[in-house]
Design a protein. Structure first.
Length: 303
């Protein structure tokens, strides 16, 4: 039960007890006070917006409104849901490994809840009663970001690399698998998440796949002297000012433990040190480049 559901149950119970107490001079006042307190807490815990994603398909895999090729559905849903899980874990934890299990990925499970008519639609919805307010919000944000990523792949290199730079590296292969399934089966897609809508014709899907396949990521490890400004324990975000005055921001590497993160915060925050950084460069087929940083470790400067 999430916090809002708990408060609603407490409100109903307080209202029931207040009804039983009536105007009793000793029992009614504290119950009214308790009820007012619960209502105030509810104001600070608004309901989580339930964001769903609907994928509408036309083309060769679809048989009117009767049905859709089951093999195609399996090939197209698996990479899309993997993209959402990866982005959700990145939003929640700040870091996602390039392979293996993603920490908290079970929280990003999506349910196939409806088969909308029109073309042939597949509706994906988060489970009811999310564990907490932020979990539902982050999952909705992940679904929107992956919808934007698909949209940007069909637009231009600048838009694509801009969105891709905010996504974990392991999203790109899943995007390629998703678009390849659409192209190989001569399908077209209309993708709707909340108020965001993306339309990919068969030709646009081909262009999007070519753009995704043309993108490359390269890693480089550098040693950077400067001042460490600290890292957040929950999201793994860090700030570092280089010796030349440049502000470097990014995520702590996936392999850095919470214990080690706490230790470097204690030892190095606002202190001069040497940062070992992974620089991840994302380059599109036209040469448009973006880069981001991951913190690997810190050490004291040589004396």
């Amino acid at each position: 039960m999430n916090q809002r559901s708990f408060l609603i149950s407490q409100k109903l119970e307080a209202e029931r007890l207040l009804e039983l107490a009536g105007d009793h001079p000793l029992m009614a006042p504290p119950l009214r006070k308790r009820l007012a307190s619960i209502e105030a807490e509810l104001q600070n815990n608004p309901p989580v917006e339930v964001v769903n994603t609907v994928l509408y398909f036309t083309g060769a895999p679809v048989r009117g409104s009767f049905g859709i090729n089951a093999d195609f559905v399996a090939r197209v849903l698996s990479p899309f849901t993997d993209m959402v899980k990866t982005q959700y874990c990145a939003l929640k934890n700040g870091r996602v490994g390039t392979r293996g299990l993603r920490r908290g990925e079970h929280e990003a499970t999506l349910l196939l809840t409806n088969l909308p008519r029109g073309s042939f639609g597949l509706e994906l919805t988060p489970p009811p009663h999310q564990a907490d307010l932020f979990q539902g919000a982050q999952l909705g944000q992940a679904m929107r970001m992956m919808t934007q990523l698909v949209q940007s792949a069909a637009q231009n290199d600048d838009a694509f690399v801009g969105i891709l730079n905010d996504a974990p590296k392991r999203v790109l292969p899943d995007l390629e698998r998703f678009l390849a399934a659409i192209v190989e089966d001569n399908a077209a897609l209309r993708l709707v998440t909340g108020d965001l809508e993306v339309a990919l014709s068969q030709a646009a899907a081909v262009q999007a796949l070519e753009r995704a396949r043309g993108a490359t990521t390269e890693d480089e490890i550098i040693e950077q002297p400067g001042v460490f400004r600290g890292a957040t324990l929950d999201s793994g975000r860090f700030d570092f000012t280089s010796a030349t005055g440049d502000l470097i921001r990014g995520n702590v590497d996936e392999d850095v433990t919470d214990e080690f993160l706490g230790e470097i915060n204690r030892r190095f925050t606002n202190s001069e040190c040497i940062a070992s950084l992974r620089v991840i460069r994302i380059t599109t087929r036209s040469g448009t480049t973006r880069k981001r940083f991951e913190l690997l470790s810190l050490r004291e400067p040589a004396k």
